[in-house]
Design a protein. Structure first.
Lengths: 88, 478
């Protein structure tokens, strides 16, 4: 689970997290007994769907200001460590 | 003439020229100087920027231009609302010294109304917590007793108003993060109807639950604040197409003729002092001419479980964007995948990691239907039960928090005990209905108790009517 969430835990942290998660799942088991077969899931409180803006040109964020807030930028782009060619 | 202390009287005095925004600001900066070291309400005090803003307001006023309904009112903002060019941290290490390239809609509206941003307030990291102890910058203390927590996650905003650092502050409420700290600090705290206030520029925790709202010392101030920030924003796709709320004109209407619901199957857990104040609140409304009606909301008690599956699921998705690429800090590593992991492991605190993992689990293949899917169905049950109750009554009354403010460290090592702080506030986040905490007397050790008023979606004004009646009753017995 930690790997899926892109987090790394020490052995000790992992043991604590496993216990805590277990305790919470035990508490959550209270809804197991509910009959929910005919209940429609509710994703959000509004009845809005597919809200779109008009297709017109509008002002957007300043590129330099956005890139200035990044850990590393180069040539107007975000710079990251290698993604491919790692086996070479 | 006495110095104005509430937002409404400050704005009036600045608009009529009987005082200046600069005078008001200096008084609040002096209060901060005096007590901030003990309270730690702020991550950042913006003294210079605020002075420049106050001078600009005074100049407008001198030229005969009305600076707006919040003229010269100092406001404190929870540090998860984006402020252009000003660090916004979510009280997390992972955002580093990130300066947002835009203002949240709420910030723009406050400035347009003449308010002065005095600082960014402390919170539980990414708004996850009920005590403001989970901050990368250290805990906030309750100004009424500095050995106790102010509640959370908007604890800094609640403390700022309670300590007199600002007459108004703003927080976000995903499961009670405005109402619970308001109760513990003895201030008014409002979570409006979901979609009534724009979330544009509020750093997302649980997008289907998050809502911005005000803290204030009076109901009238809270109403003034909410009128200024509410109303449709095309920049937020969950914003309801409605004009700004009209609240202040309703505050003197009283509670006569309203039906106030008492939930007979409310989950247990409220301490005797809190229960006693709640009973007195029913008595006060009855004396004011309201009809008290017993109702049932059977699924209310399942709110906590549904919330702790849905909110972490949404958080695990929302917080995926903090990966060391576009904003904040980065821990270097030989490849991008390792960089993501090293940055997130170093940048997030323990509670945030706990919730991300819980959410990842609830959404993972094989468990999705059993956890997240079932939680969404329980959410529907809760909304349906509220709707059935609101067919019989205009508002519901519950405790805002099960207890008065607890000691710092009391619940820090027991996540489930901390989660139970939000038993009474969570269900209305799931349903999307408005709720607010109103100070109503004191409990154990003379600490404040908050009574929660709940109303159906879009009936924020009715909720304020009842809150104003409770404020009058509390004032009369004080």
């Amino acid at each position: 689970m930690a790997t899926l969430a892109r987090l790394s835990l020490t052995e000790d942290e992992l043991a604590v997290a496993t216990d805590e998660l277990g305790a919470m799942l035990d508490h959550f088991a209270e809804i197991d007994a509910l009959d929910l077969d005919d209940v429609e899931p509710m994703n959000n409180p509004t009845h809005l769907a597919n809200v779109m803006r008009d297709d017109v040109v509008a002002e957007c964020l300043d590129r330099d200001e956005v890139l200035a807030a990044a850990p590393l930028a180069e040539d107007h782009r975000f710079r990251v460590p290698p993604i491919i060619g790692l086996d070479d | 003439m006495t110095e104005p202390t509430t937002a409404t009287t400050i704005a009036e005095a600045v608009r009529f020229g009987t005082t200046t925004a600069s005078t008001i600001l200096e008084r609040h900066l002096a209060a901060i100087d005096e007590r901030e070291a003990d309270v730690h309400a702020f991550n950042l005090v913006l003294a210079d920027e605020a002075r420049a803003q106050a001078a600009a307001i005074d100049e407008l006023s001198a030229m005969g231009t009305d600076p707006g309904p919040l003229a010269g009112v100092p406001v404190a903002l929870k540090d998860n609302m984006c402020t252009r060019g000003i660090p916004t941290t979510c009280s997390s290490k992972i955002l580093g010294d990130w300066k947002p390239p835009y203002d949240a809609t709420v910030v723009t509206r406050l400035r347009d109304a003449g308010a002065i941003v005095i600082g960014k307030t402390n919170l539980d990291e990414f708004a996850m917590g009920s005590s403001t102890e989970n901050s990368a910058f250290g805990p906030t203390r309750n100004p009424l007793d500095t050995t106790r927590v102010p509640g959370g996650s908007s604890g800094g905003s609640a403390a700022a108003v309670a300590a007199g650092f600002a007459p108004l502050s703003f927080g976000s409420d995903t499961g009670g993060s405005i109402r619970q700290p308001a109760a513990l600090c003895g201030t008014v705290g409002v979570k409006p109807t979901y979609g009534m206030v724009s979330r544009l520029g509020l750093i997302a925790f649980g997008s289907s639950l998050d809502q911005i709202g005000p803290f204030a010392n009076t109901i009238d101030d809270a109403a003034l604040a909410l009128e200024a920030i509410s109303g449709h924003d095309p920049g937020d796709s969950t914003s309801i197409e409605r004009p700004p709320l009209e609240l202040r004109s309703k505050l003197l209407m009283g509670a006569a003729g309203l039906r106030v619901g008492r939930i007979t199957d409310l989950p247990e857990g409220a301490s005797p002092d809190v229960q006693a104040r709640l009973d007195e609140a029913f008595d006060a409304l009855s004396a004011a001419g309201a009809e008290i009606v017993d109702v049932e909301v059977p699924a209310f008690g399942y709110g906590l479980t549904a919330y702790y599956l849905i909110a972490p699921a949404e958080a695990s998705s929302n917080l995926a964007r903090f990966d060391g690429v576009r904003f904040g800090m980065r821990v270097n590593a030989p490849d991008t995948n390792q960089m993501y992991m090293a940055t997130r492991t170093e940048g997030f605190g323990a509670e945030v990691k706990r919730r991300i993992m819980l959410g990842t689990y609830a959404l993972s293949a094989g468990y999705y239907d059993a956890y997240y899917g079932r939680a969404l169905k329980v959410r529907r049950l809760i909304a349906n039960d509220f709707a059935a109750a609101y067919a019989q009554v205009d508002v519901l009354l519950t405790p805002a928090s099960p207890t008065v403010a607890f000691e710092i460290g009391d619940k820090a090592s027991d996540p489930l005990a901390m989660y139970l702080c939000d038993t009474y506030t969570i269900p209305s986040n799931l349903s999307g209905d408005p709720g607010m905490s109103v100070p109503f007397g004191t409990g154990e050790d003379g600490l404040p108790v908050g009574v929660q008023v709940l109303a159906p979606a879009l009936e924020d004004a009715t909720m304020f009517r009842v809150a104003a009646e409770l404020e009058r009753a509390a004032g009369a017995t004080r």
